[in-house]
Design a protein around this ligand. Structure first.
Ligand SMILES: NC(=O)c1ccc[n+]([C@@H]2O[C@H](COP(=O)([O-])OP(=O)(O)OC[C@H]3O[C@@H](n4cnc5c(N)ncnc54)[C@H](O)[C@@H]3O)[C@@H](O)[C@H]2O)c1
Length: 398
């Protein structure tokens, strides 16, 4: 069993205690290498960073906007991690971490890899890994395909099953409940996008008693949703009956003006997808800020007005903002559609992230040792299966 004394931050230690796969991973191939990382900075990813430092890597870390936990970032600095992020950042500090001339990148949304492709590769660059569905898509759409190995963690069946479906399903609904205190049983919920994430959210909502509808452009996914027992239809049509809307398409600007006009009074919109771009907030007009909540405590209108003095910081921390429409309907948006599980539920469950970060670490070690071919590629199947065996064993009767 791995010694936990490295993890002197209480929440990071709790995460580490529940991450047996990652703690058992051999990180020695990463000794002496400079690694640029873009991740949500929170206890589970801090476990990985701490283990990389312990293995002798030099770690440069930036975070995704709105999800950095300052106390965790500060703790990582004490370990020697070069943290280039703060809780109120509104963009990852890509240039800062890439200034280390990394040997490897561990990416989340392909921000680092795309910045490297644009600016040119460091001399000793070996390659990297990409975590997300959206990041992989952005890389594969490029004309200048990477000529170095990029292992896409999201292409692992295991990751899609455990993290995107079951992990995201639980934590998104948990984040929604934390943020709103609304009742799920009986609520009319719509999930836009029925990939593994949308499917997990829909399933969790229904298990709690919501009446769930699903929209997807892909006929196979619509069929799957119908066979899973959900009501299926065109998004604009479903919105007229939607109290709670979850955006899980990963695509920009999927809600039209007609869709907004159809939403009933007091509907709530939450983001699941990686970027907060599925709803263009400009379509809603300015937020009224009445009853805006920040950091989990309800504030009165006067206090909200005070918060609005620093508009940028207020908008980054506002948990919900209500947009009053010209016809009087109120539409509330949670955290500007940033991933609600990260904003108000501590992210995906620890076990799901143990799996995802183990896939990351093992894949990075493959790139470091030259065992991966150039190009954007899936996690090797034998590695996926080996980790699946170990993970399944943790859930089986002995
Ligand atoms: N919140 C989290 O913790 C978390 C974790 C993993 C992945 N993600 C992100 O969640 C998003 C979804 O991931 P996934 O693996 O389910 O992706 P996916 O690409 O497999 O599924 C998305 C689905 O949305 C559908 N779609 C696209 N445009 C649409 C539109 N305009 N209307 C209706 N449906 C549309 C697609 O047909 C597809 O079936 C991605 O952005 C991914 O990066 C978030």
């Amino acid at each position: 069993m791995h010694d936990l004394s490295l993890f002197t931050h209480a929440d990071v230690r709790w995460a580490a205690q529940n991450m047996p796969l990652l703690l058992d991973t051999d990180l020695t191939p990463l000794n002496g290498l400079r690694i640029a990382i873009c991740l949500h900075i929170e206890p589970k990813t801090a476990v990985l960073c701490a283990l990389l430092i312990e293995a002798g890597a030099e770690v440069w870390l930036t975070g995704s906007p709105g999800t950095t936990r300052q106390d965790v970032a500060d703790w990582l600095i004490t370990l020697g991690v070069h943290v280039r992020a703060a809780a109120d950042d509104d963009a990852p500090r890509l240039e800062d971490v890439l200034s280390c001339d990394p040997h490897l990148v561990l990416d989340n949304g392909a921000d680092l890899i795309r910045a490297l492709l644009d600016k040119g590769l460091p001399a000793d660059f070996l390659g990297g890994t990409e975590e997300t569905t959206t990041g992989a898509l952005l890389l594969r759409q490029r004309e200048d395909q990477p000529r170095f190995p990029v292992i896409v963690i999201n292409d692992s069946y295991l990751k899609l099953l455990v993290e995107n479906r079951w992990g995201v399903g639980q934590s998104v609904v948990q984040g929604f409940m934390n943020a709103t205190n609304r009742m799920i049983p009986g609520a009319r919920a719509t999930v836009a996008g029925y990939g593994p994430c949308g499917r997990g959210v829909a399933q969790t909502l229904r298990q709690l008693g919501a009446r769930v509808s699903v929209a997807d452009l892909d006929p196979y996914r619509r069929l799957e949703a119908a066979l899973d027992g959900h009501q299926v239809g065109r998004l604009d049509t479903l919105l007229a009956e939607t109290e709670l809307l979850f955006l899980a398409t990963g695509q920009p600007d999927v809600i039209t003006d007609e869709g907004i006009a159809a939403l009933p009074d007091n509907s709530v919109i939450a983001g699941v997808g990686h970027y907060p771009w599925e709803l263009d907030l400009r379509r809603l007009g300015p937020p009224t800020r009445l009853g805006a909540r920040s950091g989990g405590s309800v504030t009165d209108p006067a206090a909200s007005a005070a918060v609005a003095v620093d508009e940028r910081s207020a908008r980054l921390t506002a948990l919900h903002e209500t947009y009053e429409q010209p016809d009087g309907r109120r539409i509330t948006v949670l955290a500007q559609t940033r991933m609600i599980n990260l904003v108000s539920a501590g992210g995906n469950p620890i076990e799901a992230m143990d799996l995802g970060l183990t896939l990351q670490a093992r894949s990075l070690a493959l790139v470091a040792t030259g065992a991966a071919a150039p190009g954007v590629q899936a996690v090797p199947q034998e590695l996926d299966r080996e980790i699946a065996e170990t993970f399944a064993a943790t859930l089986e009767m002995s």
